[in-house]
Design a protein. Structure first.
Lengths: 303, 319
């Protein structure tokens, strides 16, 4: 008896003991990670630094110098590339797309999680796979589809799906739904079934079960997904470039090209523009980091 | 409680204890659904399904179908000519950018798979220990993940530009990192890897946190070193995550597009299958059948890996 308790104590001490003798290794670990972290942050730091310098100065003295600090690049970038308008375009596209994606995905996820029909696997597979297909491979038919499908004028001033906000919204919803269906169905499956029993005893319809029982409980997952989706749809570049033609309807990611001159590029200006474009995602990231991480990990493992 | 539409008169109210979640229980419940319920459920599934089928799956099928045609995208659908496998043989034989594009895609895959993904996994293992500042390191590493790839192209331009880039300013040379076909794919791969490492690190770290700690404790009690604990105990247990990481790597390498498109639209050393497809549609000549053949190749390869992914993930689900 005493022998077994004696063997147990060293094991309990093992984690504590492991920290002390590893001291030099710990230092090395921190140095390594620190170096990697700084290296990783470097391009962004460099972009910010460059954006704060005037082009004349850096042209004269090169970039590996100090001085010439100015905010002018930001002002010029904002005005030249009309960032105000393009940010608004991004909002017009991102917000409805995220809301619609989460709503539609939660509907499907609810049905998959709540009822166990044979079709569920097929549904889940269809949605998840749709999220993973390479978008360029689907460009041709989609492009043609978009140029053929008419929309009423209040929905699109080009009267087609092509070159309209709704077109971009719908295509983003279609592609992002799958991921959200996957994550939400996993999350909903983990909810206790007693809730539904109780709801059915109370005579709740399926819709009420969905809206009043399941959805409130899914708030953490929805918050995490909303964070991810806002980032992804805001950053979306391909469809915004090929399915939109009028320059003044471009969201902010595809309008960055406007800062590049035909023959010459003022890199300081481009970096100011890049920082401006990055600010919303960086802000979301820093404020909602936990949500962001949770969203990605819910999607990767079973959370 | 007598006017509830859901509960049939002959069945007693199911007691909470009767939540035997056998399929018998759930199957019986189907009969408890009112007509409104059935309509609602159908709509809840059908509307999203229609959207995804219409905008993703139908185009996928159409792409494969169009790859056997000789269409220039302008005329009406009724004028399409069927040419069978000619587009495919054209792609392989008389399309100069094809081979470089395949090479670059494979190179992209190899670089991610051999360098970026293992490095991300390694960092995840390091960060899995409870060390101070772990949050800072993690943040620094996956900051690039929140930036759009197009933006990353611009940011790295500041480093790679021949006249105004940092690299040339410091090294004193005048290599055109983005423009010289001998080096630009490597330059771009570094930028892509910069982002990929953070993404993989995050996924792997989440997986590591899910590993049962008693396994590690048991290994420690047996006197195993950290490395052998990892390779012999943790790594095998992480098999589903390993597969997911592998598939994500492949999918990301197939989807590489934004980065090369903002640099030079995928020419001159930066050819990629995805850029080639887009060039054939958006570019000067619009060769739909031909572009569709390229696109079908991409789809087929992707679907192989997507199937692996789905199989892994569904199997985990059922455990």
């Amino acid at each position: 008896m005493s022998a077994s308790t004696m063997t147990r104590e060293p094991a309990a001490d093992a984690p504590a003991k492991r920290r002390a003798p590893l001291r030099p290794a710990r230092v090395a670990l921190h140095l390594f990670l620190g170096a990697v972290a700084i290296g990783w942050l470097f391009p962004i730091i460099w972009a910010v630094l460059t954006s704060l310098r005037s082009y004349d100065y850096t042209a004269a003295n090169g970039y590996a110098s100090l001085g010439g600090w100015t905010f002018d690049n930001y002002v010029t970038a904002w005005q030249t590339a009309e960032f105000g308008k393009h940010f608004l375009n991004s909002v017009w596209i991102t917000v409805p797309a995220v809301l619609l994606t989460l709503f539609l995905a939660s509907c499907v996820a609810f049905v998959i999680a709540r009822f166990s029909w044979k079709l569920n696997i097929v549904l889940l597979g269809l949605f998840t796979a749709a999220n993973l297909l390479p978008q360029q491979a689907l460009l041709i038919p989609l492009f043609r589809l978009f140029t053929e499908v008419p929309l009423p004028e209040f929905m699109s001033d080009s009267e087609l799906l092509y070159d309209s906000y709704w077109g971009l919204i719908l295509v983003n919803v279609a592609f992002q739904c799958g991921f959200c269906v996957f994550v939400l169905s996993n999350y909903m499956k983990a909810l206790p079934r007693d809730l539904y029993e109780a709801a059915m005893v109370d005579g709740a319809s399926v819709w009420r079960q969905y809206w009043q029982v399941t959805m409130p409980l899914c708030r953490p997952a929805l918050a995490a997904l909303a964070t991810l989706e806002v980032t992804w749809i805001y950053n979306e570049f391909f469809w915004a470039t090929v399915l939109m033609r009028s320059g003044d309807k471009f969201p902010v990611t595809s309008s960055l090209n406007n800062l590049r001159g035909e023959f010459f590029t003022d890199n300081n200006l481009v970096s100011a523009g890049s920082v401006l474009v990055a600010i919303p995602t960086l802000a979301i990231f820093f404020l909602l980091q936990k949500q962001f991480v949770r969203g990605l990990t819910l999607g990767a493992s079973k959370g | 409680m007598s006017d509830l539409p859901l509960i049939q008169a002959d069945r007693a109210v199911p007691s909470p204890a009767a939540t035997t979640t056998s399929t018998g229980g759930r199957g019986r419940r189907l009969r408890l659904l009112s007509r409104t319920d059935r309509v609602v459920i159908t709509l809840m599934v059908l509307v999203p399904l229609l959207l995804v089928v219409a905008l993703v799956w139908l185009p996928a099928v159409a792409t494969v179908a169009l790859s056997g045609t000789d269409w220039d995208g302008i005329g009406p659908l009724s004028e399409i000519e069927w040419v069978g496998g000619r587009n495919y043989s054209d792609v392989v034989n008389i399309y100069p950018p094809f081979v470089p594009a395949v090479q670059n895609n494979l190179l992209w895959l190899a670089a991610l798979f051999v360098v970026a993904t293992p490095f991300g996994m390694f960092l995840a293992v390091l960060l899995d220990k409870e060390i101070r500042g772990s949050r800072f390191y993690q943040t620094a590493l996956y900051l690039p993940v929140v930036l759009s790839l197009a933006l990353i192209g611009f940011v790295w331009q500041l480093i790679y530009s021949r006249d105004q880039g940092l690299l040339n300013a410091v090294l004193g040379g005048d290599t055109d990192w983005y423009g010289d076909p001998n080096v630009n794919i490597w330059a771009v791969l570094i930028a892509a890897g910069w982002r990929h490492v953070g993404y993989i690190m995050l996924l792997y770290l989440a997986g590591l946190k899910g590993v049962d700690p008693s396994l590690r404790e048991a290994a420690a009690v047996d006197g195993a070193s950290e490395t052998s604990t990892f390779f012999r105990v943790v790594f095998p247990v992480m098999r589903p995550i390993n597969i997911i990481v592998l598939v994500v790597t492949v999918i990301e390498s197939l989807r590489a597009f934004d980065l090369v498109w903002v640099i030079n639209k995928g020419r001159n050393g930066l050819e990629l299958l995805s850029a080639l497809v887009t060039q054939n549609v958006v570019g000067e000549a619009s060769r739909i059948g031909f572009g569709s053949a390229l696109a079908t190749i991409m789809l087929v390869v992707s679907l192989v890996f997507i199937t692996i992914y789905l199989a892994t993930v569904m199997r985990e689900d059922r455990r």
